[in-house]
Design a protein around this ligand. Structure first.
Ligand SMILES: NC(=O)c1ccc[n+]([C@@H]2O[C@H](COP(=O)([O-])OP(=O)(O)OC[C@H]3O[C@@H](n4cnc5c(N)ncnc54)[C@H](O)[C@@H]3O)[C@@H](O)[C@H]2O)c1
Ligand SMILES: O=P(O)(O)OC[C@H](O)CO
Length: 343
């Protein structure tokens, strides 16, 4: 059996939580994986010290996942080329706005047997249409790419509170390897072959979460939020059916990446939190992101804009009233009460 060499690209809130799981699993299954996991960390100064040095000495990402110990076999590296060299399994876990730039730097430096998995929740919009991040990574780096997504708020996963997640992988043998890399007693993995549906759910739920946060901020109750969640789920499935046809399976919406992630993100996620504050204060979203998230990045408003560009180009904004209303409230100054009036 080939021994797999793992690297992680990204070290934010989710990147750090997943590094804990991956580090634990490579050490446990040392007949399948080389125990050392290299993690590319976007270098920054934290209280006068380099974040990579803090991670490598204290074994804690004090900025993005404070209070959680990382396995000592996870090694932080500031140079992305050095981090990915010789890796056979590459885990991408970055805010979606940075993916293309980072992949361009990695291009031409990968091992011939490299395969990737994307944990990114977002969509890449191109003039031709939407592109999933697995496709964008495959296109730039010329390697196969699977996807992992689920009802996984990073802080809860890192504190080993039980949850599930979904791996979407068309190659069955690689799906089994990814199962070994991520599955843990507190992080149960189900592997499906619909990697498109897995990613579509992960991206679109963030737009619904913004709607749920607006509802909370305006003082509506559980019934209203449930209505937004239900309509969001309908639009997510419709988006999949309309633009990806039979490639996206209805069953995928019942996996952790589907309805479960939609629920958790609308109850406890960062998109919900910032949208609630937006409805309460009227401050610009980017100001609230900086004030409330300590360097973590919001995905839902950006995805709402990207989805709107995609739908506008096809004259289809009215077919997705919730996605469109979230966009108009966040970017066009539409009255926030439209979140219940216009959907
Ligand atoms: N946090 C969660 O609970 C969670 C759970 C599941 C999935 N996700 C998804 O995982 C992905 C990564 O999210 P996260 O929570 O790890 O990140 P995050 O929101 O904590 O983002 C901060 C990260 O972005 C990096 N960064 C900042 N500027 C950069 C630049 N110019 N170039 C490259 N990197 C830069 C920072 O160094 C840091 O690692 C997202 O798609 C998110 O939707 C997040
Ligand atoms: O905090 P959010 O809104 O980015 O959501 C986090 C995760 O995607 C929940 O699974």
């Amino acid at each position: 059996m080939t021994v797999e060499n793992v690297c992680i690209i990204g070290s934010g809130n989710w990147g750090s939580a997943i590094a804990k799981i991956v580090g634990e699993n490579t050490a446990r299954h040392n007949n399948v994986f080389i125990p050392t996991v290299r993690q590319w960390v976007f270098e920054e100064n934290v209280n006068g010290e380099k974040l990579t040095e803090i991670i490598n000495t204290k074994h804690e990402n004090v900025k993005y996942l404070a209070g959680v110990s990382l396995p000592t076999n996870v090694v932080a590296i500031p140079d992305v080329v050095e981090a990915c060299q010789d890796a056979s399994l590459i885990v991408f876990v970055l805010p979606h706005q940075f993916v293309r730039g980072v992949c361009e730097k990695m291009k031409g430096h990968l091992a011939p047997n490299a395969r990737a998995i994307s944990l990114i929740k977002g969509l890449e919009i191109t003039p031709q249409g939407t592109r999933l991040f697995s496709e964008e990574i495959s296109r730039i780096l010329d390697i196969p790419c699977a996807a992992l997504s689920g009802a996984n708020i990073a802080d809860e996963v890192a504190r080993e509170k039980f949850c599930e997640s979904t791996v979407g992988c068309t190659n069955i043998a690689d799906g089994q390897i990814f199962h070994k890399l991520f599955d843990a007693p507190y992080f149960r993995i189900n592997v499906v072959q619909d990697h498109v549906g897995v990613q579509l759910c992960g991206a679109l739920k963030n737009v619904v979460a913004v709607g749920a946060g607006l509802s909370d901020g305006l003082g509506f109750g559980s019934n209203t939020k449930s209505a937004i969640v239900r309509r969001g789920l309908v639009e997510m499935r419709k988006f999949g059916q309309t633009f990806f046809g039979d490639v996206v399976q209805t069953e995928t919406f019942f996996e952790s990446c589907g309805v479960a992630d939609l629920l958790t993100t609308c109850m406890g996620g960062r998109n919900r939190k910032v949208a609630e504050a937006f409805a309460k204060t009227g401050k610009p979203i980017d100001v609230l992101e900086a004030e409330l998230l300590n360097g973590q990045k919001l995905q839902g408003t950006l995805t709402a804009k990207e989805v709107n560009e995609f739908l506008s180009a096809r004259n289809m904004v009215e077919d997705f009233p919730l996605f469109t209303t979230v966009y108009r409230i966040c970017y066009e100054g539409l009255d926030m009460h439209a979140i219940v009036r216009d959907i």
